[in-house]
Design a protein around this ligand. Structure first.
Ligand SMILES: Nc1nc2c(ncn2[C@@H]2O[C@H](COP(=O)(O)OP(=O)(O)O)[C@@H](O)[C@H]2O)c(=O)[nH]1
Ligand SMILES: [Mg+2]
Length: 140
């Protein structure tokens, strides 16, 4: 039987590739301070508490109108299409951005199950700010 497919989606620089590499325990995807480094979709086999799945890392969805960004956006849309569940990643330190709102809108229209993950909440103080993300309308 085919494994369930999990796609990591979000605007650039929120930590998608970091989470991807952590889950698959390999440095397969490039982690960078510069936004937009993961240009393609990257597929791998993942396992978490005994559950196996395929996992897709994507380039970030962004509102910028440049060709590359359009390419990244369509890559993410393909990943969403292929996914059984989408993990939307946001940056707890930055808070809600217009790009996050765009991503949330695209995901909402996909009718796929979505898990919202607030990354970079490195300390308790930053963790308290995650409730702002309720405004994305994706639930908990
Ligand atoms: N402080 C902090 N930085 C993180 C965390 N996760 C990722 N980063 C950093 O955020 C930057 C972007 O990460 P990356 O995985 O390339 O993001 P992507 O563009 O969404 O794939 C890198 O400098 C990472 O080291 C985290 O939990 N806390
Ligand atoms: Mg990346």
């Amino acid at each position: 039987m085919a494994l369930p497919v999990v796609a990591l989606v979000g605007r650039p620089n929120v930590g998608k590739s970091t989470i991807f590499n952590r889950i698959i325990s390999q440095r397969l995807s490039i982690v960078e301070d510069t936004p937009g480094v993961t240009r393609d979709r990257i597929y791998a086999h993942g396992e978490w508490i005994g559950q196996e799945f395929s996992i897709i890392d994507t380039g970030g969805i962004t509102m910028d109108d440049q060709t590359l960004n359009k390419e990244i956006t369509s890559q993410a849309e393909i990943a969403i299409e292929e996914a059984d569940v989408v993990v939307m990643i946001v940056d707890a330190r930055v808070g809600v951005t217009t790009e996050d709102e765009l991503v949330a809108k695209i995901l909402y229209q996909s009718h796929k199950p979505i898990v919202l993950a607030a990354n970079k909440a490195d300390n308790l103080e930053q963790r308290q700010d995650i409730y702002d993300f309720y405004t994305l309308g994706l639930g908990q």
